[in-house]
Ligand binder design. Sequence first.
Ligand code: MRU
Length: 351
Amino acid sequence: MHESTIWCERDHVFIIDQTLLPLECKRVEIRTCGEMWEAIRALRVRGAPAIGIAAAFGIWLGIRSSDCVLSGGLIEQIDQCCDYMATARPTAVNLFWAVERIRNLVHGHAGCVPEEIKELVLREAQSMIEEDNAVCLSIGRHGAGLVHDGCRVLTHCNAGGLATARYGTALAPVYYAMEKEGRKVHVYADETRPLLQGARLTAWELKQAGIPVTLICDNMAASVMRRGLIDIVIVGTDRVARNGDFANKIGTYGVAVLAHAHNIPFYAAAPLSSIDLTAADGAAIPIEERDPDEVTRIRGIQIAPDGIDVFNPAFDVTPCDYVTGFITEKGIARPPFDQSIPLLFQQPDFD
Ligand code: MRU
């Protein structure tokens, strides 16, 4: 497995620039809040949990050199950085979860001196990495029970280590089943147009980890299922609504419908930080629309006529009726989700 997606070394924040993968695995230092905003918007760092962690570091980068001598002034600056980071991308609720966590933290420590508050923000961002590792490992442990020896798993987009600090959500059960329980697992990765996260990232990270992976174009999933080659679908999510509707990379809904038609269990791996209890259902989830160039070009090469009309939603919503279960750090939530999802938040902790 690759080492990390985002990390801090002696007060320097680094990411792997995921836009360059798989051709180049380049570490890039992010020096300012503006650079972090751009890195999130441009998908240099991407995947819901990783975006949340990146936003927290972005806020720290925005105030680390502040010369505010009054904590009130510093907290005002932090609020501005929070508001700014929250505009980077709209769908992954982890971004807002992380931003509000930092905001609440500093407002709860208004009595501290500015240097202490800066240190608190940095430590909180760093602890998000450690927590994310523990959460993903727990998702892996709970999900591994679904992945039998010889299991063939289809996934869409990248919800592996690259989308989190390190271990991944949808791929965590695969890693866990193989590494900790010695089972053989084979992954089918949808390429995931338009930005090819499946081909560029999932295929890359599984290959790095020595896990057998077969890359397919998105439009091959139906045929692969019909041939009986898929035992289970596991995807990630950017936001789960209270009723179990959930947003994930565009194309996920189609995969869910196909899984249903072929009687294949369909799971979404979701840390609790990706669950939005304030969203009653999928209609409340904002869907990001991105630059038409992502559809008309592949890696800079034009593939469509000049001036063609394009629709480019980055995510879709899968209705809860198609979901077999959500694999979380606190166990697997099953239907009826409007009951099982809120219950997850009442459990004190996960092991
Ligand atoms: O646009 P992206 O690459 O950030 O989209 C990522 C996804 O859709 C992932 O499946 C989701 O964020 C879950 S990551 C654990």
